[in-house]
Design a protein around this ligand. Structure first.
Ligand code: UDX
Length: 458
């Protein structure tokens, strides 16, 4: 099949490359010339494991190309995916859908024949219907344009796998005449032949599936983080508690990783946009609990700053090393990153903050240029009076506590992700705090959580 993918950020670039990997002929479209130029040359403008290989392979095979021209996109094929961003609006909880609307405005007037536009971006419920009306007004006489919605569930860091082997495919289309299901069956023939669940529904349900999934994940994380606040006050261990409740199939251990909480380009803005839209459609009370989910999440960041102050006294002039800047490991994305938020707050409180992240440094520097960015983990640790593990990269999880102890000035560490083997670190002479694992010396008696090493996120 021939198809275009409009928007080449994390979502669009991955989708374009993976559709080509599935054997389709794909044209990626973006208004950003520098991004398109990089992609044409086989360079992914962000860090995503496995994606550069897929991109290069498919460019070389002649199945994948990129352009800034909507005219080219209109002539290329009859199926178009939208993968542009829907960030939070300034000064509001609502999502900003202007980029999605701009795609319709720029593409539709140039189309001829019968076209299907499949939205992948996360949008407030009702957006697809409004875009259909917009498209109907802009389409040339004799041209038909159908808008359907095909939400994307990929996780950064696992984007290639999640796109090629999704755990479900959802397609929402209008009532009556629609060719969306038939086309989606062709587009996703490979995953569907492997038994991937396929849910065909109306537009509103498809739009809501995505925000509901993210709201549930955010709620799960904030649930365990709320429990971790109680654990801290009574000397209980939230990681053992999560293991214990996670063995119940109905609960499950995934996304019960207590710590600094969630960030990134999706979960925080999606729960806010969901709340905003619920109010607009008259379900004001339905999602007010998401405010609490948001607040619990933000409190964890503050907790790490408070804990640092409790340990160091005044923060002014104290050398604090923050390990991590990306919002999660295997990503260079620093959007709403808990790690960077903590580093920024400590710096504002007067601490001399040094940050190290295996991939997120370039993006972090753009957001907070005046932090001290270390060249390596070793460089980051040297002379630290307090170390905070804020993003659970393997490089940090596998750090040798004896080696690290020889570099820092004070062997004091806050494990903001509860991923270090506490006993090993204590044996090496470290004083170590885990969020939700008590701030009194109880840590020293704790066995290592049996599943701490298996990632809770996958
Ligand atoms: C999320 C959804 O998982 C994905 O389906 C959707 O398409 C986009 O949004 P992503 O933003 O890539 O994906 O990150 P995810 O892996 O969900 O992690 C989100 C945040 O939650 C990270 O900051 C992570 O550190 C945090 N997290 C995750 C926890 O704090 N605890 C956990 O147990 C799991």
């Amino acid at each position: 099949m021939r198809m275009t993918v409009i928007g080449t950020g994390y979502l669009g670039a991955t989708h374009a490359a993976c559709m080509a990997e599935l054997g389709h002929e794909v044209l990626g479209v973006d208004v950003d010339e520098a991004k398109v130029e990089a992609l044409k040359n086989g360079k992914v403008p962000f860090y995503e494991p496995g994606l550069p290989e897929v991109l290069e392979r498919n460019i070389e095979a002649g199945r994948l190309s990129f352009t800034t021209s909507y005219a080219e996109a209109a002539a290329f094929g009859n199926v178009h995916f939208i993968g542009v961003g829907t960030p939070q609006q300034r000064g509001s909880y609502a999502a900003d859908t202007r980029y999605v609307e701009a795609v319709i405005d720029d593409l539709v007037p140039q189309l001829e024949g019968d076209h299907l536009i499949l939205g992948k971006s996360t949008v407030p419920v009702g957006t697809a219907g409004a875009l259909q009306e917009r498209a109907d007004k802009l389409a040339k006489p004799g041209t038909t344009v159908e808008i359907a919605w095909n939400p994307e569930f990929l996780r950064e860091g696992y984007a290639v796998k999640d796109t090629i082997e999704p755990d479900r495919i959802v397609i929402g289309h209008r009532a009556g005449d629609s060719r969306a299901e038939e086309t989606a069956r062709e587009v996703y023939a490979t995953p569907l032949s492997n038994g991937t669940p396929f849910i065909v529904t109306d537009l509103q349900t498809a739009e809501l599936v995505k925000v509901s999934a993210n709201a549930f994940l955010a709620t799960k994380i904030s649930f365990i983080n709320a429990v971790s606040e109680v654990c801290e006050n009574v000397g209980a261990d939230v990681t053992q508690l999560a293991d214990a409740i996670g063995y119940d199939d109905r609960i499950g251990r995934k996304f019960l990783g207590a710590g600094l909480g969630f960030g990134g380009g999706c979960l925080p803005k999606d729960i806010r946009a969901f709340m905003a839209r619920a109010g607009e459609v008259g379900a004001d009370q339905a999602l007010t609990f998401l405010r609490e989910v948001d607040a619990i999440n933000m409190r964890r960041r503050q907790r790490v700053v408070d804990l640092s102050r409790e340990e160091l006294g005044s923060l002014i002039g104290k050398r604090i090393t923050v390990l991590g800047a990306a919002f999660k490991p295997n990503s260079d994305d620093v959007r709403d990153s808990p790690a960077l938020a903590v580093a920024g707050q400590l710096s504002l409180a007067g601490a001399a903050v040094r940050v190290y992240d295996p991939q997120g440094m370039v993006n972090a520097r753009k957001i907070i240029p005046d932090l001290d960015y270390a060249a390596s983990l070793e460089d980051a640790l040297r002379g630290a009076e307090l170390t905070i593990l804020a993003t659970e990269w393997d490089e940090f999880k596998q750090m040798d506590p004896v080696w690290a102890g020889g570099l820092v000035e004070k062997q004091l560490l806050i494990d903001g992700r509860n991923v270090l083997p506490v006993a090993d670190w204590q044996q090496a002479g470290w004083r170590i705090w885990g969020l939700g694992r008590s701030t009194h010396e109880v840590c020293s008696t704790l066995p290592t959580s049996p599943v701490y090493a298996t990632s809770y996120r996958q």
